[in-house]
Design a protein around this ligand. Structure first.
Ligand code: EPS
Length: 397
């Protein structure tokens, strides 16, 4: 059985996008409704551009599925682009004036062309639709183990919500998020965020922000401290940093750890016998500064990831740039784009985080089918609850 993994293919204005998920065990119930809901949420959020009025992203399963369940073979999904015009020189002309902040300049030099379109078509955040589809499939697997992932917008521009998400209140937060135009579960903050986006549109400018994802229901021990490549926090950072326009990733308290003493950073451990049968195995904390990971492994607390997205690089006013053919100073080229895509990015990060957790879950509990994986999961929890397996060692003073 190969490791759970995924790849995407497709250009922004090509015929469509593909996501291929490999290593998915057989028997996962593929909830097409969930996948399409996530795709449609990714298209939304206040401040999006004209493209989202053209597209209605939905997934078509091409391989790996029978009667609504995975069969263990590579699973391929197709998302059709209605705005498909890649070979039409009139409709998709060359781009010679690179946008500062975009892949345009570095990519055109790398691939030895002065036409930035060759790079931008793949660098475009349109590709994140395929990533959301793959992540939503991973969530179908995680659901079998009671793991749920919740993502939202923490901040747009300088307007941040101070609301704290907990295992007790997250469903309420989800309802508030779904009622918000910016996917921020705080109504007064949503209004201020919308105002900033409106002003940016008037100013022909763009805005960035911070998004957050919480994963609930992971037992301790998912991920590994044995190899840095298998550390769950490292995998999460890799996946989140790989999202278009992300410039920073934090787990739990993140960079705020630096200014505090250890006594205020590390989360004290308690044991609550009443919660022993839950995924925490009864090990509880009074706070979650660690963001649910210690030593690159889950510790039974919610996994908390934050990502910072820079403002979109395509500005209606343009930015100082250079014509790659003449080397003369020119404003950067305008391509249809968004004023703010932070809301969409929250959906992308939420699903990218889900995929990494599902991968670490498969590494730990393995199996060719969900049934086998479930048995491994149950056996592990049973063994962990019955610790110590051997009588404790006696120390002689
Ligand atoms: C996007 C589609 C793109 C942009 C945006 C995200 O559509 P188009 O370029 O056809 O208008 O709206 O892409 C970028 C921000 C970018 O840098 O390319 C989407 O589907 O999310």
């Amino acid at each position: 059985m190969p490791r759970l993994d995924y790849q995407t293919a497709g250009e922004s204005h090509g015929p469509g996008l593909l996501a291929t998920v490999t290593g998915l065990p057989a028997g996962v119930v593929l909830d097409e409704g969930l996948i399409n809901t996530e795709l449609s949420r990714r298209q939304g959020g206040y401040g999006r551009g004209g493209r989202q009025r053209i597209e209605t992203d939905t997934v078509e399963f091409l391989t790996g599925v029978r009667r609504g369940k995975s069969i263990g073979s590579p699973l391929t999904m197709f998302i059709k682009n209605k705005d498909s015009r890649l070979d039409d020189l009139q409709k998709t002309p060359p781009v010679y004036r690179p946008r500062p902040g975009h892949a345009d300049l570095a990519g055109s030099i790398k691939w030895l062309t002065t036409d930035c379109r060759e790079t931008l078509e793949r660098a475009s955040a349109r590709e994140t639709a395929a990533r959301v589809a793959a992540g939503a499939v991973a969530r179908c697997l995680l659901r079998e183990f009671g793991v749920e992932v919740f993502g939202f917008v923490r901040q747009i521009g300088v307007h941040a919500t101070a609301l704290q998400v907990t295992p007790e209140n997250w469903r309420e937060m989800l309802a508030a998020r779904d009622a918000s135009d910016t996917y921020c579960p705080d109504a007064p903050v949503t209004e201020r965020q919308c105002a900033v986006i409106r002003q940016a549109k008037i100013d022909k400018d763009t805005v960035g922000g911070i998004v957050e994802a919480h994963a609930f229901g992971c037992p301790p021990g998912v991920g590994s401290s044995m190899d840095w490549r298998d550390k769950l926090d490292a995998r999460l950072a890799y996946a989140v940093m790989g999202i278009q326009a992300f410039k920073a990733v934090e787990i739990g308290l993140g960079r705020d750890c630096a200014a505090l003493p250890g006594s205020q950073v590390h989360d004290p451990i308690f044991f609550d016998r009443a919660r022993q049968m839950g995924p925490t195995l009864g090990f509880v904390r009074t706070r979650n500064n660690a963001g649910g990971t210690e030593g690159g492994m889950t510790n039974g607390q919610p996994v908390v990831v934050r990502g910072t997205m820079k403002p979109i690089a395509t500005l209606l006013q343009g930015l100082p740039s250079v014509d790659l053919n003449t080397k003369e100073a020119q404003q950067s080229q305008y391509e249809r784009s968004d004023i703010c895509a932070v809301s969409a990015a929250s959906v992308v990060m939420e699903n990218a985080v889900a995929f990494e957790i599902a991968r670490a879950f498969s590494d730990k509990f393995g199996g060719d089918s969900v049934v086998e994986m479930g048995t491994n999961y149950d056996t592990f929890l049973k063994l962990a609850r019955s610790l110590p397996l051997d009588p404790p060692e006696m120390t002689i003073a």
